[in-house]
Design a protein around this ligand. Sequence first.
Ligand SMILES: [Zn+2]
Length: 59
Amino acid sequence: MTTYIADLTTVCGCQWGVTGSSTEEIVQKTVKHAGEAHQMKEVPPEIAQKLKAAIRPSM
Ligand SMILES: [Zn+2]
């Protein structure tokens, strides 16, 4: 099964790698993180774009 990882250093500056079994799962976890850690009720488009660019398959 392919898993994915997104390094948030380039997304929101946090030293945290989000992992998930799908890109949707990573997006969901990052949205949750943004709300809890950054008080973002919604993820701004530029953050969403950076997140998409940061997601890569992980072995
Ligand atoms: Zn963060």
